[in-house]
Design a protein around this ligand. Structure first.
Ligand SMILES: Cc1ncc(C[n+]2csc(CCOP(=O)(O)OP(=O)(O)O)c2C)c(N)n1
Ligand SMILES: CC(=O)[C@@H](O)[C@H](O)COP(=O)(O)O
Ligand SMILES: [Mg+2]
Length: 639
């Protein structure tokens, strides 16, 4: 690294280099590290606030522990940039979240220091417990397993399932570090937050900090005294924490920006066995005033100028699908007082900021708790109210049993507004919503729709809402083709697609492209080159089987296109319908391949998967020749 500002950081190629530094040099390293995080994220985009907040904690962890032999597991992993920089990826930050570059999350294939792949929250404690059990049984009884988890992520059921398990494993070395910055993406919610606030409040926190500095001095002769003093003071300081009730030895809260306290505390913890819990208090966005003032805006920004900060542009841009949903839900709630909106901790991303302002008593942020969100919606529906669950496709995966067992099996009237369906771009494979067509369409009672454009999205949301059972609308991240929406609340006929373009080709050369959702626009563009018919199928379930039959009868080959996994997806619904009617003709199924697609710009990734107009046209030509010639394809099996 040539930057003269990073004189110390530029000498750190691994945690071993870091551990050679005298403690008094760590604050300088923290300054340079923070600066490097800020400048690289400003150039690539990425998760800024959380990383600025964990600079000191990361340094202290790698300083105090023997990484990578000691295992650090970063929950979510959106705060792992300082860790990446200190573990040999300092100069790779320019490619962070870019096509071909390093990931924005920890990945086992990227570094031996990335001990566990994360991105969906609240998995770290479970993974740490699993590793600790294995280490114990393999004779690595001294190894430590450290889960670093945020206060938002701590609210998920999975985290508590793991605490419950770990709390009785006295001979397993698990350290849970709660990185409490009093923020999720938006302000934290719920009773756990209230409990943490109590632990950090006024005198308790101040006293605990003083005590922490005294008792955690690692000098051996003081240890026994420290232990007794700690027990004594814990009793004096007030009620036990929930974590102690789970069987953890709770320490803290301590200041997560005070390197001295952090290093002393962690060094001490390193030599303790059994379940340990350290409560660390940090500031989201620390060290960058703009992010400290607005950690939500700087949670996951795109590129920006670090001097000016994020500048809100006055130029009108195309509305995103999220904003179409945002307008729709406010309009529908104004019309129907039964509507209630639910988000599992994704108020901003799911487009519910305006709704919360307008309908605060009908808005429910349940925290990072997708399973609860879905069953909570089921309960609401049981009483005749009308829940709308706004959820990212990838996070709905968490609530699959709840969707089947609690909603669909009882045919409850729950609307699912599924955002970030398909490839999401810079977050990569962990966040891609590639499986919802496949996992939703096999559930009885479900209605599943995918809009071709913004106006259709609005109509589908109304259709889902008016449908008296479970219904889902899945739409992609970002904007669509730019079709203007009107503030009306009209519906679509259930299970009916439409023809968008008719082929003029002669018999023997006619191709029908059956496109779903976001693939309608590129299919139409490809069809211009191929002179193909294009159907906007609209519904994956109920599939418009009449339209499929009609197109099969009038064309020589069928092509299905979807922004979802080919296996079991929308195209599979078409081939099943053809088979059910005994129709045999050449079929080409286009969609996402049977592999995980890495990060990069959405358009680039779609092109890589052959799902842009050029790719669709190319696949059709490759499969069927320049024009479809039945002679060339007759007798070939379905793809
Ligand atoms: C299962 C799941 N649901 C939702 C998210 C989206 N998400 C990413 S970070 C985040 C907030 C996490 O809060 P916290 O753990 O306190 O970390 P902080 O952002 O404050 O550093 C959320 C909701 C996710 N990654 N995984
Ligand atoms: C880490 C995480 O899960 C979220 O911050 C996610 O990256 C948000 O994605 P969007 O930018 O698509 O809202
Ligand atoms: Mg937090």
């Amino acid at each position: 690294m040539s930057d003269p500002k990073h004189t110390l950081l530029s000498t750190i190629d691994s945690p071993a280099d870091l551990r050679r530094l005298p403690r008094e040099r760590l604050p300088q390293l923290a300054d340079e590290l923070r600066e490097h995080v800020l400048h690289s994220v400003s150039r690539t985009g990425g998760h800024l606030s959380s990383n600025l907040g964990t600079v000191e904690l990361t340094i202290a962890l790698h300083y105090a522990f023997d990484t990578p032999d000691d295992r650090i597991i970063w929950d979510v992993g959106h705060q792992s940039y300082p860790h990446k920089i200190l573990t040999g990826r300092r100069d790779a930050m320019g490619g962070l979240r870019q096509y071909g570059g390093i990931s924005g999350f920890p990945r086992r294939c990227e570094s031996e220091y990335d001990t566990f792949g994360t991105a969906h929250s609240s998995t770290s404690i479970s993974a740490a417990v699993g590793m600790a059990v294995a280490s114990r049984n393999q004779g690595h009884g001294k190894r430590q397993h450290i889960a670093v988890i945020g206060d938002g992520s701590m609210s998920a059921g999975m985290a508590f399932e793991a605490l419950n398990n770990a709390g009785v494993m006295r001979d397993c070395n698990v350290i849970v570090i709660l990185n409490d910055n009093e923020m999720s993406i938006s302000p934290p919610v719920g009773a756990l937050h209230r409990h943490l606030t109590k632990l950090m409040s006024g005198n308790f926190y101040a006293a605990a900090r003083r005590v922490g500095q005294k008792i955690l001095d690692p000098v051996p002769p003081l240890r026994e005294f420290a232990r007794k003093f700690e027990e004594h003071t814990k009793g004096m300081l007030g009620p036990g924490t929930i974590f102690e009730e789970f069987g953890f030895n709770y320490l803290g809260p301590i200041d997560g920006h005070d390197l001295d306290t952090l290093v002393s505390t962690l060094t001490n913890l390193r030599h303790r066995g059994g379940p340990q819990f350290l409560h660390v208090v940090t500031r989201k966005g620390a060290g960058y005033k703009l992010a400290e003032a607005d950690p939500i805006l700087y949670h996951g920004p795109g590129k920006f100028d670090p001097v000016r900060g994020i500048v809100k542009t006055a130029v009108p841009t195309k509305p995103t699908y999220t904003s179409v949903f945002s307008d729709w839900i406010c309009d529908m709630a104004a019309k129907d007082s039964r509507l209630m909106a639910i988000t599992p901790a994704m108020r901003e991303g799911s487009g519910l900021v305006k709704f919360e302002q307008q309908f605060p008593t009908r808005y429910f942020d349940v925290g990072i708790a997708e399973q609860h969100a879905v069953t909570f919606a089921a309960g609401i529906a049981c009483e005749g109210a009308k829940p709308v669950v706004a959820i990212y496709s990838t996070f709905l995966q968490r609530a699959y049993d709840q969707l089947i067992h609690d909603v669909a099996l009882q045919n409850l009237d729950v609307t699912f507004a599924i955002d970030r369906a398909g490839l999401v771009g810079a977050d990569g494979a962990t966040h891609a919503g590639n499986y919802d067509y496949a996992f939703l369409r096999c559930i009885p009672n479900m209605v599943v729709m995918a809009p071709a454009d913004e106006a259709e999205c609005r109509r589908m949301l109304t259709t889902a809402y008016e449908y008296a059972g479970p219904a889902a609308v899945r739409y992609p991240r970002g904007s669509g083709p730019g079709v203007a929406t009107e503030r009306v609340l009209d519906t679509l006929p259930l299970g009916k697609g439409e023809i968008r373009r008719q082929s003029g080709a002669a018999a023997g050369g006619r191709v029908a492209i059956l496109a779903f959702g976001s693939m309608v626009a590129p299919a139409l563009a490809a069809a211009e080159q191929l002179d193909a018919t294009v159907a906007n199928m609209r519904f994956v379930k109920p599939l418009d089987a009449d339209l499929v039959r009609e197109l099969a009868a009038s064309h020589d080959a069928i092509v299905t296109v979807e922004e979802g996994a080919i296996m079991g997806g929308a195209g599979s619904a078409v081939t099943e319908a053809l088979a059910a009617h005994g129709i045999v003709l050449p079929v080409l199924q286009l969609g996402l391949p049977d592999r995980f697609v890495d990060h990069g710009e959405q358009g680039v990734l779609l092109a890589e998967c052959g799902l842009d107009a050029a790719g669709i046209a190319r696949s059709v030509r490759e499969r069927f020749g320049g024009r479809v010639r039945l002679a060339a394809v007759a007798g070939s099996a379905s793809a």
